[in-house]
Design a protein around this ligand. Structure first.
Ligand SMILES: Nc1ncnc2c1ncn2[C@@H]1O[C@H](COP(=O)(O)OP(=O)(O)OP(=O)(O)O)[C@@H](O)[C@H]1O
Ligand SMILES: Cc1cn([C@H]2C[C@H](O)[C@@H](COP(=O)(O)O)O2)c(=O)[nH]c1=O
Length: 680
């Protein structure tokens, strides 16, 4: 049974428009794999006789598949952002249907290559339009699940296509034995017809999918070239997207290195074709495990961190694969490698879907698609020559000898590259700077989110003022801010609720005495929403600039007012606030402890919604503030708010002085003797 108040989330496939798109995607993926198998087989059959010519002919199909991305990738993204995505996908499906269907009838190698290029050109338009559509059909909370399913069909249809291809080949041979084969020279024709029909089915599904938002390529939109440049600039200029792209490309490069040398490496370890098949399969098993179980296990870890971490670990595992000369261990490590790749891939796609606005999403996906293919092409084609160039080497260590040849070197380079880009992505995208990654990871494995015990290691200093109504927080925070500015510090003085645009509206709702009947939970959530906005837009940026932030009220107010005052479960209030703030805790909280009967009489004007609560409410609030301070005395200063204002100020100054950074760095003092500067 579902807990009261919590409804079981529906599966993303219960969403009819997404289900339709996903079905179209599955059919197309099956068609794509079938296409690859049939075309490579056909290219081989058409050039039978000379082994070298045959190898080059099959290689030519791969090159033809990769090449269009280099030339057309940027344009395809603009299409997805500028024109009707449904129409783009529908036309692309029809075009693919016609071209693929023509291959068995034309039946010559040149046309195989031209048709491959044409189909790939069309794919370049279909894929970003599809990727950019998914976030339009699926709620944000289900985007990760949607991407898992997408990836599942993208790769999961490969073995199905292989079996289908085998069955179609047998059927084709049988037919050819009875009557002259009607489709081209051999049985691959049957597979290509099925492949073409898959695109036709997709065209029908997409055509009937009316829920995709319309776009009309309005005249007011900038020129195509401008849009291409705008898309590239966005990818290069946005820290998060840049991190994602670097990470995903690094992962592709590492993956390309493995694909390039896997066969030779497995042979060097004493394995044959079967072992090669097992290693290959291990990557996909690992990917599935990572996508479904890895992400579930680490559900509570920041997605940005998990992305960088997965790529870094993949790099380390790859180096281990290169150095351990044992086939069984290599297979096991390959599963881990696949799991890391699966995690990174899903997160990358989900974050782009979540964080990139609709108008730029097509170009972002297309940029990724093109650059990924170019990277893959380069790495796969360079891996073997590099391995061959390095050759075979045996390192002698006394009695022991250790074999280290070209394939080992390529894998080590691939691994090192992945570690490098993983760390870079972690740096670029980290949304929990200052909080130890190990602590986060440990908490996530335990199912906890955002450990909040330790204050974040930010360059700035974060001080909160807390207390009941009229206790003197505003007066004192102002005095302290002036005092600090006089010493040369950069101080941001702020308050809750209401320090952001959204926050001002929330404040109006929360404090409006006419707002009767607001439930305690809604109240807690609205204060948390104001805080989330405050932390993201005001507090964190200032702290990372190195400023001193003084806030009049923070999380403790919610624990005291909503937790104790409204009698909500303190653990719940604490959890939503930890989530809202990303676990940001002040370095110091100054509690100005004033009895409510004193504080409330200090206030002038009409009482607001909270001030007009009964005295027992305010008593509970005060008690909770004091309990919070007593639970972590090293992070609190409690001052008696009934003392004269200047005495209170002095007590606060004395405590703050202990934690203030030196306004003049010692080195600067030596050099200039005068210039005040803020220490980073
Ligand atoms: N130590 C003090 N002794 C006497 N009066 C004080 C003292 N500190 C502040 N006051 C006065 O009390 C009133 C309320 O002070 P202030 O606005 O600083 O409180 P506050 O805690 O910010 O209140 P609220 O949370 O309700 O906004 C002001 O008129 C201020 O001058
Ligand atoms: C942040 C926060 C505030 N409150 C209450 C406390 C006060 O009554 C008002 C804010 O008014 P002030 O004059 O700016 O102090 O809101 C709360 O109940 N919960 C909170 O988290």
């Amino acid at each position: 049974m579902t807990a009261p108040g919590r409804s079981r989330p529906t599966h993303v496939l219960a969403n009819a428009p997404f289900r339709r798109l996903w079905t179209a995607m599955s059919v197309c993926s099956l068609g794509d794999w079938l296409n690859l198998l049939a075309l490579t087989a056909l290219a081989g059959n058409l050039t039978q006789g000379d082994y070298r010519v045959q190898s080059l002919a099959v290689g030519g199909v791969f090159v033809a598949k990769m090449l269009p991305a280099v030339l057309l990738g940027p344009l395809a993204g603009v299409f997805a952002d500028r024109f009707d995505r449904r129409l783009t996908m529908f036309c692309a499906d029809l075009a693919r249907f016609a071209v693929v269907l023509s291959i068995p009838f034309v039946d010559n190698y040149q046309w195989v290559i031209i048709a491959t290029v044409l189909v790939e050109c069309v794919n370049l338009f279909w894929v970003p339009a599809k990727e950019a559509t998914v976030p339009n059909l699926v709620p944000k909370a289900q985007l990760e699940q949607a991407n898992q399913l997408n990836l599942l069909v993208t790769y999961g249809t490969a073995p199905v296509a292989a079996m289908l291809f085998a069955a179609l080949s047998v059927a084709g041979d049988l037919i050819a034995g009875i009557v002259p084969f009607p489709l081209g020279r051999d049985a691959t024709g049957l597979a290509l017809v099925v492949n073409a029909c898959a695109y036709l089915v997709s065209a029908f599904l997409i055509f009937t999918l009316r829920d995709i938002p319309k776009r009309d390529g309005a005249i007011s939109t900038p020129s195509v070239l401008k849009q291409v440049v705008e898309g590239w600039r966005f990818v290069g200029g946005n820290r998060l997207v840049r991190g994602l792209v670097i990470g995903m490309l690094g992962a592709f490069a590492a993956g390309g290195a493995v694909v390039g040398v896997a066969k030779v490496y497995v042979e060097a370890l004493g394995g044959g074709d079967a072992a090669y098949g097992v290693v290959f399969g291990a990557v996909f098993v690992g990917m599935a495990l990572g996508m479904f179980f890895g992400l579930r296990l680490l559900r509570e870890l920041s997605r940005r961190r998990l992305f960088g971490l997965a790529i870094t670990v993949a790099g380390v595992v790859l180096v281990a694969i290169a150095l351990v000369h044992n086939l069984v261990i290599v297979v096991m490590l390959t599963v881990v490698l696949g799991a890391c790749a699966g995690i990174a891939w899903i997160i990358g796609y989900t974050l782009i879907g979540l964080e990139v606005e609709d108008a730029l999403r097509g170009r972002t996906f297309s940029f990724l698609q093109s650059t990924a293919r170019v990277t893959l092409l380069l790495v796969v084609s360079l891996a073997n020559p590099l391995a061959a160039l390095f050759g075979l080497h045996t390192l002698g260590l006394g009695e022991f000898s250790y074999r280290f040849d070209g394939t080992n070197l390529v894998l080590v380079i691939g691994g090192a590259l992945a570690v490098g880009v993983g760390l870079l992505a972690l740096r670029q995208m980290d949304d929990r700077k200052g909080v130890s990654l190990a602590a986060d990871l440990l908490a996530a494995v335990r199912g906890e989110r955002f450990p909040t015990e330790a204050a974040e290691h930010v360059p700035g200093l974060f001080i909160a003022f807390e207390g009941g109504e009229g206790s003197g927080k505003t007066t004192q925070s102002r005095m302290i801010a002036i005092w600090m500015r006089d010493q040369g510090y950069d101080v941001v003085q702020t308050r809750e609720p209401g320090s952001t645009k959204v926050g001002m509206r929330l404040r109006a709702i929360l404090l409006d005495a006419a707002e009767r009947g607001l439930s305690a939970r809604s109240e807690a959530l609205l204060y948390a929403a104001d805080r989330a906005e405050h932390v993201e837009k005001v507090i964190r940026p200032a702290l990372y600039r190195g400023s001193i932030v003084i806030t009049d009220r923070y999380v403790d107010s919610s624990l005291a007012y909503q937790g104790a005052g409204r009698a909500l479960d303190p653990a719940d209030v604490s959890k939503i606030n930890a989530w809202a703030t990303g676990g940001l805790v002040p370095h110091l909280t100054v509690l100005i402890d004033t009895p409510p009967e004193v504080g409330l009489t200090r206030l002038g004007g009409a009482a607001d919604r909270i001030e007009s609560e009964p005295m027992e409410f305010h008593e509970r609030v005060r008690k909770e503030f004091r309990a919070l301070a007593a639970s972590a005395p090293e992070r609190y200063l409690v001052v008696d708010g009934t003392l004269p204002q200047d005495v209170v100020t002095r007590q606060i100054q004395d405590r703050i002085r202990e934690i203030l950074p030196d306004p003049v760095p010692r080195e600067s003092e030596d050099a200039t003797g005068t210039m005040p500067a803020i220490r980073d």
